[in-house]
Design a protein around this ligand. Sequence first.
Ligand SMILES: C[S@@+](CC[C@H](N)C(=O)[O-])C[C@H]1O[C@@H](n2cnc3c(N)ncnc32)[C@H](O)[C@@H]1O
Length: 308
Amino acid sequence: MFLYIINYQYYEFDLCKLEMKCLFSQVPYSKYLITDKEIDVDRSPFVKSLIDIKLTASSLNSLVYKIRALNIAYNNFKVKYIDIEKDMEFEERHKIEGIIGYDIIGNAKLHDPDITLGITKLNNEWIFGEYKKSNIIWKKHDERPYYYCNSLSTRVSRAIVNIAAGRDLNVKMVDPCCGIGTVVMEALSMGIDIKGFDINPLIIDNAKANLSFFGYDDSLVSVGDIHNLNDYYDVVILDLPYGVLSISSINEQKDLIKCASKLAPKMVIVSIKVFDDLIKSLGYKIVDSCEAAKWKFKRHITVCELNK
Ligand SMILES: C[S@@+](CC[C@H](N)C(=O)[O-])C[C@H]1O[C@@H](n2cnc3c(N)ncnc32)[C@H](O)[C@@H]1O
């Protein structure tokens, strides 16, 4: 079992819940989630760290007893108390780390350990296991050379890619209105096979520059009108144009959704308006949705799959 320690801003909770549902088939009710499903600790923008659970016990004494009885051994290890419930003083945490460390066979190494062992207390259960902290590898994408006021943030793009792919990274994905490539970069950093297109050559120049900046293959984004795309993919992510830089009427947006529906049996649509009736009329069912809101600005994220 794995304990994921998660974090989100209050306005991200809906998006986080939908992402977790797609990755783990369950939603968090607080800032952690326990599941038998393993994902890379860097995969979700909401996962801060994880404990690969090795032992649980109803008290600290009983946990120490189990560690001793099972001859738990690690070399060059460090023990870290993870204060999920935020109810433990520093001195107490430190004391617990010492008690646990004492009974593990092998050398402790507090600086630059080979492995960190996590211990925590959650709902009166003591949990012990191998601890991994997210390196937040995706955060570097915030430093991209080109921005665009309509762009999705790195965190939202990453969550949307996870919603679209679910647990299967072997999906063929397309972002037919890719803008400066925020979604494409997140998918590429997870090793997903993705292509991006945009009708605007200037925007594609910037998308290429963004991809090259991080060492990704810039030929994966190219100028293209969604009306002329022919290949078929497993999933399409459609971030509909709106606003100042890419004025687009409701009818134009509807037309883009119709085009997107020809590209894949699964669509993740990012929009300001809700298009459920149109989506259903195209033979898709709405399998899930959420709002990604920040202040008064609200985006709808709709997950749809072709009716079988
Ligand atoms: C909301 S923006 C996408 C933003 C992108 N997700 C990002 O984070 O940078 C929508 C994009 O759709 C593009 N677009 C509009 N009509 C299109 C069409 N017919 N085919 C392809 N792209 C189109 C616009 O040029 C614009 O860059």
